[in-house]
Design a protein around this ligand. Structure first.
Ligand SMILES: [Zn+2]
Ligand SMILES: [Zn+2]
Length: 333
């Protein structure tokens, strides 16, 4: 597929989409019913359905029975870690392998022309972004993902919070399922904005931002504080009346879904004529410019409401520059 029909490439070889990023259509004015209807399939397919499918699979085949979950033990906790780690190894590793190692698509639709493997840097463990990001994912973030999982399963199993059944509460549980991606976006925006402030950025979040040119392994390359806060989104299901399957779905939206912002390609060509939209550009711009796009891709447009939205256009650049200038002027008194 010709990527220049949908975008432009600069002298450095970096590709950018021509169409500006848009927030979800129900936030746009004038409201267009046609646009809202056209948006619905993409809300489900493929990413959110994929996260739901993995949550269902874990629930059916991985999560131990309620009796086992009642007692905390290393046995089932380590088993959950092993399955989560193996799944991420296959899922993220598969994208790395085909798009970053074999480079089946070359740099068609790739925002940054360079591949991280070609750029050794002192900021990374062993000077390698890939190795650094990989080790942080498996030694830090996936253990903390699993810790959150163990916590909510144990709390539900012991009846410390209500465990709503699907038979009795299906309308609410379906509504909560549909809202889970929005909850993810609000939670992520809040903790992400927080760790961009002062010492939290310096000691915590800068670890993630070392990857200016992210690849799939960058997704979960986090400081432990960030990794816990990020996955803790699932703990909202202990506060809202919910069900452990939905908490698991919420957790998978975070853990597996982290890859979306870090794929580095606008479309993954599964085959030449079957491109899969990645929704990666908003978060790519965040890695490029730092203080824009703290949230996701505009399902709940908090960035627009707080003035930090960058839609990828020249006008977006100008708005960002003006904001940085105002901030500088304020700091200089
Ligand atoms: Zn990121
Ligand atoms: Zn950030």
């Amino acid at each position: 597929m010709d990527d220049l029909s949908l975008g432009t490439r600069n002298k450095r070889g970096d590709w950018a989409p021509t169409a500006p990023l848009e927030v979800a259509p129900f936030w746009q004015r004038p409201l267009s019913l046609r646009k809202v209807l056209a948006w619905v399939p993409g809300y489900f397919w493929p990413w959110n359905l994929f996260h739901m499918a993995t949550a269902l699979a874990w629930w059916a085949w991985v999560v131990p029975d309620q009796q086992t979950l009642k007692t905390l033990s290393w046995g089932w906790a380590l088993y959950l870690y092993a399955v989560n780690a193996a799944a991420i190894f296959l899922f993220y590793g598969g994208i790395e392998l085909f798009w970053y190692v074999v480079r089946k698509q070359g740099n068609r639709f790739k925002y940054n022309a360079k591949f991280p493997g070609e750029q050794p840097s002192d900021v990374f463990w062993f000077k390698s972004q890939n190795l650094d990001n990989f080790l942080r994912s498996f030694l830090v973030s996936i253990p903390l993902w699993t810790l959150v999982e163990v916590l909510f399963l144990w709390v539900f199993a012991n009846g410390y919070v209500p465990w709503l059944s699907w038979q009795a509460h299906w309308p609410w549980l379906i509504a909560l399922t549909l809202l889970a991606p929005a909850l993810h976006e609000v939670h992520f925006f809040c903790i992400h904005w927080l760790i961009h402030q002062g010492v939290l950025y310096k000691y915590v979040h800068s670890v993630h931002h070392n990857s200016v040119n992210p690849s799939p392994w960058s997704s979960l390359s986090m400081h432990p504080v960030e990794a816990f806060l990020y996955h803790a989104v699932a703990l909202w299901h202990l506060v809202l009346p919910s069900n452990p399957l939905l908490a698991l779905f919420q957790l998978h939206l975070a853990g597996f879904g982290a890859v979306n912002g870090h794929i580095g390609f606008d479309r993954l060509e599964l085959t030449e004529d079957m491109p899969l939209t990645t929704h990666a550009y908003a978060h790519y711009l965040h890695h490029k410019y730092f203080e824009v796009n703290y949230g996701g891709d505009g399902l709940i447009p908090l960035d627009r409401w707080f003035g930090t939205w960058h839609d990828g256009t020249k006008a977006g650049d100008a708005r960002m520059e003006a904001r940085f200038q105002r901030k500088k002027a304020k700091l200089n008194g």
